[in-house]
Design a protein around this ligand. Structure first.
Ligand code: 13P
Length: 291
């Protein structure tokens, strides 16, 4: 039905207090699985790729497949570039047809983060209806191949939030609040809900301006996800769990069918597994029927 940017989807989600899932895919089979699950649930969705898959599969191939699938799907779908630290590469993906771009300059000093985020936001707004996500504070864990060591991680400083939003013109904000990429070392990770609430009020208290993004979805307990949505989070990123679903399903299929040489059957097993994983998240996000 529609190729949309993330801002449109997230304004509606924030107002109605549900989240749109933002799923990192690394293959075309995963992309199909994520879209099929959302079509089945009549839910909007954000397909994400980090930089590595764009280099492996090609930016234009990913955009072409996204367009083909999204144009014939009866739900709104956004294609988002995740955690790109390179301004020129952000522009390249925007030119190619990504509808949402994340410039992640969060490991830079505050002023450089502002300048780089502003440059990408201005470019994307000028060339089309492309929204831009920025990050403030550093979400720890593994992003693409970049390992962020725990000691480097710092939470988003609420005192910097308004200045960041106003000077960059960014459309979505990912504040670091204690969530992390990859597998959590504890069952109940310590999340700074108060900080998240404060940031939401600072930015969106008067009127909704910049929807908030929750990174590090994999491994968060359901109550945590639901609480963050109730406090204003409207985009929740999930990556690692999809990778596990894909690899575990592949391993299981090959183990059970060691004498078979039919790659399509492995793809089908992967698709089923990824679809199942995504359906579970859709239930948590409360986005069923929101397309
Ligand atoms: P996980 O890999 O922990 O699900 O995090 C995903 C993410 O935040 C991508 O930006």
């Amino acid at each position: 039905m529609s190729l949309v940017n993330a801002k449109e989807l997230l304004f509606k989600a924030t107002k109605e207090k549900y989240a749109v899932g933002a799923f990192n895919i690394t293959s075309l089979v995963q992309m199909e699985a994520v879209i099929e699950a959302h079509v089945e649930c009549k839910a909007p969705v954000i397909i994400q790729t980090s930089v590595a898959p764009t280099k492996l599969l090609g930016v234009n191939v990913l955009v072409a497949v996204y367009r083909t699938l999204a144009e014939s799907a009866p739900i709104p779908i956004c294609l988002h570039l995740d955690h790109c630290t390179d301004v020129a590469y952000c522009k390249k993906c925007a030119d190619a047809g990504y509808t949402n771009i994340m410039i992640d300059a969060s490991k830079q000093p505050f002023e450089a983060n502002i300048q780089q985020t502003k440059e990408v936001a201005e470019y994307c707004h000028k060339i089309g209806n492309i929204s831009v996500e920025g990050e403030l504070g550093t979400v720890s864990g593994v992003e693409d191949q970049v390992r962020v060591v725990e000691s480097e991680s710092e939470l988003c400083n609420p005192n910097q939030v308004l200045e960041f939003v106003e000077r960059t013109g960014v459309d979505l904000l990912a504040p670091a609040i204690g969530t992390a990429h990859g597998i959590y070392k504890t069952k109940n990770p310590k999340i700074d809900f108060e900080r998240f609430e404060k940031i939401f009020d600072l930015v969106n208290g008067q009127s909704l301006r910049v929807p908030l993004v929750v990174h590090g979805g994999t491994g968060l307990p359901r109550e945590t996800v639901e609480r963050l949505i109730s406090l204003g989070g409207s985009k929740v990123n999930v990556s690692t769990e999809l990778k596990h679903s894909m690899i575990d399903a592949t391993y299981q299929y090959i183990t059970d069918h060691r004498d078979e040489y039919d790659p399509g059957k492995i793809d089908s097993a992967v698709k089923d597994a990824v679809r199942k994983t995504v359906m579970n998240w859709i239930g948590w996000f409360g986005c069923t029927g929101k397309a």
